[in-house]
Ligand binder design. Structure first.
Ligand code: BGC
Length: 754
């Protein structure tokens, strides 16, 4: 069920009148103040740190260091020179500053407090890439709402999420933060998260605004190196990278964060096509554009601006409203207006947008946070239960030879691997509240199923190479076990911002550990705890079962155990392809056919010359997009397409039957793909156009129905406009991107029907 959520994009005359009345009273420096977002804290102060620590100890309180405010912060607030804070997760500090802004500045305009709440605030959910593998937007809406509850109770008004960059390069560490390789999945997850963050009835009585990011094309960083150049066509921009943003705005998101990267020579933060032509002129979107962290200043390093003044000028001219941290607007905008280099109307327009958001958030009416609230909200039992549910649904079973899973107790387990008892790594990248004590590891999870004498744990080796290993001890430890449970993967800091990798196998000596264990001949069940898809063909061949647990949040370990012992039937499916080799990257299912496509049968490709193939690996992934196993089996039948021919204004109804033909209840993600066979520009070999998650009891059958409006087949045509072209289409309904039931239909101009 969907929650009621706010939208910030519908016109509201009452708000507009208040904005205009306030704007009319503002001086230029006050208007500019609304466009400035700062970190209010000064540099780390070791003496103050020691003092606060001693004080907490003396009073028996848990210690949280609160850095002193920047020396000029209170004066800036009093003068109305700051509009927003970022990442101050302390309601006491926010209230203190808010009080100065509201009660001591001339016009009393409240601050808006922004923060990164990427996959939970304190109740940490699985990383967003894992969350997307649930294919369950209503569940993610509830998770986002929990994040909003905790954040709002802690003084946050503005969440810098969802991160909705389509990512097709696994080297890029930030693939962890998004919904994978596909725009359609990205759109669904974007809508769900925006709605959840902007839920209308938060316990705080306050509101949250979502800030989708990073607008746009950041996921296309060349070679997967963070912040790197992106260079792709306007068609790819419109068909691949923009749709999740449009979906987020349509769901009511009233702000967006501009990206660090350039696209085809123009950094996103000062890009008039992106910020003005598309957002304002085409989409008529009234929201606030916030820069990313110091992205205005970075225009100098990009080589677009000569200095910070130039950077500020280029940014505001392009359509950037608020600057995060670098203070180009704060320092230079007034002079730029005075010199006639920036029209005052542009500053007015930007200030108007920020004020509009503040009014619509209710900040003027209720600027303060109840500081006692967080205690009763944070980590509420129902939030922890939801974190478990999301973790369970996010995990993807990639292999289960001989149905070794679920494990049947009593089984003597040898638990091996550095991730089996790592609390901190389960929190993944971008969890600003690091409380490893909140986390249940795999060992904690096992304790719920097995008596203490039924298993023992030997790490074998660290995650990375630098510490000593004890692979020999691990081999000894497995001698009297029935099954080896190998828990390996990446540390939390191997993905996320600025954490790209070139080698995507198991880091450190973990593969060596797996080799040694495989040599014992004992069956291996492997759980991966990772921040991105990995390149693990060797490991995948060595193990009997492979479960991707991701960096699964605070309930990760319990969710793994629930799946291993069959209390939960896995239902996650991949939202990004897993390659056989790094050299295949970027690898994504919705690729073009080329003039020399490979033959369909993968292995034959080795024998093909002068085709679009490699000499040493098939083109296909090791594990495809949409793929994931269950402990039961599903059968698809009875595909019908009705009517077989539609006009661009009509809707195709696609029906099929899904049966659970195994012996356990389970959930299947039914996926609908299409291929436009001939276009005025070339079209992908497949595109996801629908999915449904269906739970069936053993033996149960369900009629599946998709409605596919012809408009959903639209793409950016020759003239750079969205077109739905007549012609023949193929369609598949099945369990993953490789196929399933196949049919065809035609789109025909209405007049040809006669
Ligand atoms: C990241 C953003 C984040 C911002 C504020 C930047 O470095 O790219 O995703 O919202 O910092 O913390």
């Amino acid at each position: 069920m969907q929650t009621d959520s706010h939208t910030y994009n519908q016109p509201d005359p009452a708000t507009e009148a208040r904005v205009e009345a306030l704007l009319a009273q503002m001086t230029l420096p006050e208007k500019i103040g609304q466009l400035v977002q700062l970190n209010p804290f000064g540099p780390f102060d070791p003496d103050e740190y020691d003092r606060q620590k001693a004080e907490a100890a003396a009073n028996g309180r848990p210690f949280t260091y609160i850095p002193p405010l920047r020396h000029d912060m209170e004066a800036l607030l009093r003068a109305g020179r700051v509009g927003s804070f970022l990442n101050v997760m302390l309601p006491g500090v926010i209230n203190h500053c808010q009080r100065i802004a509201v009660e001591e500045s001339r016009l009393g305009i409240p601050l808006i407090a922004g923060g990164d709440v990427i996959h939970g605030f304190r109740t940490i959910f699985p990383i967003p890439l894992a969350e997307s593998c649930t294919w369950n937007p209503p569940l993610l809406e509830r998770a986002a709402r929990v994040a909003a509850e905790e954040a709002s109770a802690s003084g946050i008004d503005w969440i810098f999420a969802p991160m909705i960059d389509v990512a097709r390069d696994l080297r890029w560490g930030r693939i962890a933060e998004g919904a994978g390789e596909d725009p359609f999945v990205g759109m669904a997850m974007a809508r769900a998260r925006v709605r959840g963050f902007q839920a209308a009835d938060l316990s705080s009585g306050r509101r949250i605004a979502a800030c989708p990011k990073h607008y746009v094309g950041y996921g296309a960083a060349e070679a997967g190196r963070d912040y790197n150049t992106a260079d792709f066509s306007e068609r790819t921009l419109r068909d691949v990278y923009l749709p999740p943003f449009k979906a987020a705005f349509d769901a009511g998101a009233g702000s967006v964060m501009s990206a660090f990267n350039e696209i085809s020579g123009i950094p996103a933060t000062a890009n008039p096509l992106l910020l003005r032509a598309i957002l304002r002129d085409e989409w008529q979107w009234p929201g606030v554009v916030l820069s990313d962290y110091e992205a205005v200043h970075e225009l100098i390093a990009h080589g677009l601006a000569a200095d910070l003044k130039d950077a500020a000028r280029l940014s505001i001219l392009a359509g950037l409203d608020m600057e995060m941290v670098s203070e180009g607007y704060a320092t230079h905008l007034a002079d730029l207006v005075a010199a006639g280099d920036v029209p005052l109307a542009l500053v007015d327009e930007a200030a108007r947008r920020v004020l509009r958001l503040k009014f619509r958030l209710g900040l003027f009416a209720q600027p303060y946070t109840d500081e006692t609230l967080a205690e009763t909200i944070i980590l509420r039992p129902d939030f922890r239960t939801l974190a478990l549910e999301v973790a369970q649904e996010s995990m993807v079973l990639l292999k289960n030879e001989d149905d070794i899973l679920p494990l049947a107790p009593p089984t003597r387990l040898a638990v091996i691997g550095p991730l089996a008892d790592s609390h901190a790594d389960m929190l993944g990248c971008w969890s600003l509240h690091t409380h490893p004590e909140d986390v249940e590891t795999v060992l904690d999870g096992l304790a719920a199923y097995l008596p203490a004498d039924a298993w023992r744990y030997t790490p074998g080796c660290p995650i990375r190479a630098s510490e000593p290993t004890d692979i020999a001890a691990a081999v000894t430890a497995v001698q009297d076990a029935d099954v080896i449970l190998l828990v390996v993967g990446e540390s939390a800091d191997m993905s996320g911002e600025g954490h790209s990798r070139t080698h995507l196998g198991l880091p450190g000596r973990q593969q060596e550990l797996a080799d040694a264990l495989a040599a014992t001949g004992k069956p291996i069940v492997c759980v991966l705890m990772n921040g991105r898809p990995l390149v693990i063909p060797r490991l995948a061949a060595q193990v009997k079962a492979l479960l991707v647990g991701w960096h699964g949040g605070i309930r990760a370990g319990r969710a793994v155990a629930d799946i291993l012992f069959g209390a939960v039937n896995p239902s996650g499916k991949l939202t990004a392809s897993w390659p056989r080799a790094e050299g295949q990257i970027p690898l994504y299912y919705a690729h073009k056919n080329t003039g020399r496509p490979a033959a369909a049968a993968g292995v034959k490709q080795f024998a093909e010359y002068f085709k679009s193939v490699y000499l040493d690996e098939p083109n296909s992934p090791l594990f495809p997009f949409g793929f994931g196993l269950s402990y039961t089996r599903f059968a698809y039948s009875d595909l019908r397409l009705d009517p077989p021919t539609i006009t661009p204004e009509e809707t195709l109804v696609v029906t099929a039957t899904l049966r659970n033909v195994g012996s356990r209840a389970g959930a299947e993600v039914v996926q609908l793909y299409v291929r436009d066979l001939v276009g005025s520009v070339t079209r992908p070999v497949k595109e996801l156009k629908g999915f449904q998650k269906v739970t069936l009891q053993p033996g149960e059958r369900r009629a599946i129905r998709f409605e596919l409006p012809a408009q959903a087949l639209g793409f950016t045509g020759r003239e750079m406009r969205t077109v739905v072209e007549p012609g023949a289409f193929r369609l598949w309904v099945g369990p993953d991107c490789r196929g399933g039931l196949e049919g065809s239909f035609t789109v025909e101009e209405a007049h040809r029907r006669g």
